[in-house]
Design a protein. Sequence first.
Length: 157
Amino acid sequence: MGGKKYEKYFLREPWGIVNRANPDPDQPVYIGVNQQGMAEGWDEPFTQVLRPIYRPYLMIPEPHRHNCAEFLYFIGGNPMDFKDFGAEVEFVIGEGEEAETYIITSTTWVYIPKGVPHCPLNFKRVDRPIMFGHVMFAPGFASTTTFDPDKGASKAE
């Protein structure tokens, strides 16, 4: 299909970057769009991840923040019924005395304003697989934070 005018707008097989902080050698491939920078030909800042969550897992143990808003989503893994949410997720917004812990047990979207600390993110119970992801209007995840997902902690800001 090369040479077509609009071909540059198609990102085929946008596989995510293996997270070295995840000790599971069999972790499934996931969708990762513009994680390390913008796709060639795309001129709107956007990054998105969609991961299957299939077992309990402390994904992000420490709080971090971004220089843009972030939208998180937790969706039931049954494509015929996204309300079929078979997990319990613990998620923290804020830091220190202002930290608030939320328990997610149904399909949920969370808006995190620019600069608001968030995490830990802990998938405490997974009875049936769910999908987790995030969307940011930024030219790549690394451009938004000093957080290093491979180490699970923020570098000094």
